[in-house]
Design a protein around this ligand. Structure first.
Ligand SMILES: O=C[C@H](O)[C@H](O)[C@H](O)COP(=O)(O)O
Length: 236
């Protein structure tokens, strides 16, 4: 199947394009992580090349975002250099009806939460498969943990009713190591009744750096769908 015919790829591309179209000249832009945001970064680069978009600066949420930004000609800055982030564009693994999220499928949720939460406008870009009635129904909650605390954190998570699993590398023996040099525990909960409460409880376990529940942060969700073979973008 060619890239153009792959409906998931098509949805991701179009939703990335739609988000990139909302960025204005002269702004500071949070650059999210993952396969969907990668398209937004590519389209931002296209707009810069065409001269449509001038004087923007990106704040990357990961090594991946930083590499892509450099590849597509987006100048980068840091949180030390700016007094605001105007807009952030980022993907998600699940989006619930209140626009709360699970993120961290790419182990980048710690830096993503810092950047996305600081942004004046945080736009989430997803394909329709990410929309759920209840967080945790398809995806575990990623928890970034300082390595020496891994065992006590796992025990504490079990006491909360979660099933923790250390995330292992693909094409790398051993665990996934985050951009901060930590590990990720993926936690399956039977049911997440109060995501805001769980977000705080998890972060309160000593040794936990950040978890992938993003509650009350989203301003707009752009959802890519394929209808009658054509990509359609809907706003939530
Ligand atoms: O750590 C990774 C991020 O939270 C991603 O934004 C999230 O996993 C969605 O990625 P994708 O767009 O590749 O599904």
């Amino acid at each position: 199947m060619s890239a153009e015919q792959d409906p998931v790829k098509l949805m991701k591309q179009e939703v990335g394009r739609a988000a990139a179209a909302r960025v204005q000249s002269g702004t500071i832009v949070g650059l999210g992580t993952g396969s969907t945001t990668a398209y937004a970064i590519e389209f931002l680069g296209d707009r810069i090349k065409k001269g449509e978009l001038k004087d923007i600066k990106g704040i990357p949420t990961s090594f991946q975002a930083s590499v892509l930004a450099k590849q597509y000609g987006i100048p980068l800055t840091t949180l030390d250099e700016v007094d605001r982030i105007d807009i952030a564009i980022d993907g998600a693994d699940e989006v619930d009806p209140q626009h709360n999220l699970i993120k961290g499928g790419g182990a980048a949720h710690t830096r993503e939460k810092i950047v996305d939460a600081l942004a004046e406008q945080f736009i989430v870009v997803v394909d329709s498969s990410k929309i759920v009635d209840r967080l945790g129904s398809t995806f575990p909650v990623p928890v970034e943990v300082i390595p020496l605390a891994m065992t006590p954190v796992m025990r504490a998570i079990e006491k909360l009713g979660g099933k923790p699993e250390l995330r292992m590398g693909v094409k790398k023996a051993g665990p996934v190591i985050t951009d901060q040099g930590n590990m990720v525990i993926d936690v399956k909960f039977d049911s997440i009744d109060n995501p805001g409460e769980l977000e705080k409880t998890l972060n309160n376990i000593p040794g936990v750096l950040e978890n992938g529940l993003f509650v009350g942060v989203t301003d707009l969700v752009l959802v890519g769908e394929v209808v009658d073979g054509k990509p359609v973008i809907r706003e939530l």
